[in-house]
Design a protein around this ligand. Structure first.
Ligand SMILES: Nc1ncnc2c1ncn2[C@@H]1O[C@H](COP(=O)(O)OP(=O)(O)OP(=O)(O)O)[C@@H](O)[C@H]1O
Ligand SMILES: [Mg+2]
Length: 253
């Protein structure tokens, strides 16, 4: 992987929770310009990896290099302002407000404009970005709907929209289609693929059909360690990967 542009480079990253090593001395490079996926059985350390990268959980040791800087030790808001966002499992939308106003608040906050409802310097550009985000996520059809009345799948799209408000160059998605209906899944996957054309994405996903259909490179974790990184074909044909999934065959269907 040397010589390739990397979106994120992780070196010797370790996280211990008491006696449990959730992330165990991991070295991974995620190349730029492709759709990266991270897979692995439950408890493999995937979400902890994202928590470490985004500063939400302090690392025990190691480095996380993003655009030439080590992110370890930095606060979550500083990491976001440096161009790395994630979606949160905790529902972070304002249910009583419209989809568009939720996005406006996030975009205007990022731009440092105090009120999205009062004209100010940069107001026009910020509103244009709101429109773009609505289009990019396919939420334009729901712009004036109350966020509290959205389907599960549309809330997930709104969370992606709120993450995009921070203008990330790298976006981390943790099981974005979990719990969605087949049609919501299809629509969201389509959006993710399209977003990946302009924003680097690292996607944690359990739905193997989706992962193998859209990922360019798959990183496999097991028990806190990096098992392998390869193309969908390489990963599908790897006996070590098949072995770690044998205990949970429903994940590999
Ligand atoms: N805050 C915490 N305190 C203690 N243990 C934790 C904490 N967060 C995660 N763990 C443990 O670390 C291990 C890795 O968890 P993690 O959530 O990263 O796995 P995962 O790969 O995301 O799993 P899943 O596919 O189920 O989401 C698990 O054993 C989990 O119980
Ligand atoms: Mg997880």
């Amino acid at each position: 992987m040397t010589g390739m542009d990397t979106a994120l480079s992780i070196k010797g990253l370790t996280k211990r929770f008491g006696g449990l090593t959730a992330v165990d001395n991991i070295d991974i490079q995620f190349p730029k310009g492709i759709l990266n996926a991270v897979i692995g059985p439950n408890g493999a350390g995937k979400t902890t990896l994202f928590n470490l990268v985004t500063g939400m959980v302090p690392a025990t040791s190691g480095r996380v290099m993003f655009e030439g800087n080590d992110l370890i030790g930095r606060a979550p808001h500083e990491i976001v302002s440096r161009g790395l966002s994630r979606t949160l499992q905790i529902k972070s939308v304002f249910g009583g407000m419209s989809v568009m106003d939720n996005i406006r608040i996030a975009v205007f906050a990022h731009e440092g404009i105090s009120s999205p409802f009062r004209p100010a310097r940069g107001y026009r550009a910020a509103n244009d970005r709101v429109e773009h985000i609505l289009e990019d996520t396919g939420l334009d059809r729901l712009a004036s709907s109350s966020a509290g009345a959205l389907s599960y799948g549309d809330v997930a799209l709104l969370e992606i929209a709120l993450a995009l408000a921070n203008k990330p160059r790298l976006l981390l998605l943790d099981e974005p289609i979990c719990g969605m209906s087949p049609s919501e899944t299809e629509r969201t996957v389509e959006r993710i693929v399209r977003l990946a054309e302009t924003t680097d994405i690292i996607l944690i996903e359990h739905d193997m059909e989706v992962v193998f259909a859209i990922a360019d490179l798959i990183t496999v974790m097991a028990q806190g360690q990096l098992l392998m990184q390869g193309t969908p074909n390489e990963v599908a044909g790897d006996s070590g990967v098949q072995e770690v999934y044998l205990g949970t065959p429903e994940d590999m269907e």
